[in-house]
Ligand binder design. Structure first.
Ligand code: 5GP
Length: 202
């Protein structure tokens, strides 16, 4: 049995992380995605079980009590957490799971699991990030500035990650993430089982 890999992917708002991951999952449908459990209300367009499981505060606190969360955070009065079960299952049974989480969540997961690989999705420049954040046209200037500041704080911590993928050209960024995953699959520690398999009873 090969060993599983836990991939943490972070990147600021405007980095294009969601678009990249969508294409990676299309190309590699065997990879699992860690669905966060959260207590905030569902927004229009969101689908239960796609990115999030929407649960009650009581249910979340029960999960915490039973140590069922790998990590969690409280954000503007709502809980957000990564359930432990799907991650443990990949570690036991092989394959890969991608956990999309912010820089603090990533740091907490690294403290709990030694065997993670982390990728930071980086916008190509300050100007591009600013254009992407203001180009959405849905936010006030104040909100754009707030998100820009949050993005800069996250970028300042990109050196905590094993890999940085620059999202200048979407297809190239998607290829880079896929290359990292293919590389992981070739690592000796993921393929140690082959040694005994090939040697057999010699
Ligand atoms: P939103 O409510 O906008 O979907 O997400 C708010 C924040 O919660 C984002 O920064 C997002 O990255 C973070 N978040 C989403 N899922 C999780 C999770 O499972 N754990 C933690 N710690 N943060 C999460």
């Amino acid at each position: 049995m090969n060993k599983g890999s836990v991939l943490i992917v972070s990147g600021p708002s405007g980095s294009g992380k969601d678009t990249i991951l969508k294409k990676v999952f299309e190309a590699m449908p065997e990879i699992k995605f860690s669905i966060s459990s959260i207590t905030r209300a569902m927004r229009p367009g969101e689908v239960e079980g796609e990115k999030y499981n929407f649960i009650s505060r009581e249910a979340f606190e029960e999960m915490l009590k039973r140590d069922m969360m790998l990590e969690h955070n409280e954000f503007v009065g709502n809980y957000y957490g990564t359930p432990r079960g799907p991650v443990d299952s990949v570690l036991e049974n092989g394959g890969e799971i991608i956990i999309e989480v912010d820089v603090n969540g990533a740091a907490n997961i690294r403290k709990k699991l030694s065997e993670t690989v982390s990728i930071f999705i980086m916008p190509p420049s300050f100007e591009v990030l600013k254009n992407r954040l203001s180009g959405r046209g849905t936010d006030s200037a104040e909100n754009v500035e707030k998100r820009m500041n949050e993005a800069l704080c996250e970028i300042a911590r990109a050196d905590e990650y094993d890999y940085i993928v620059v999202n200048d050209e979407l297809d190239k960024a998607v290829d880079d993430v896929i290359t990292i995953i293919k590389n992981l699959r070739l690592k000796t520690e993921r393929q140690k089982y082959l040694i005994n398999e090939v040697l057999g009873k010699c």
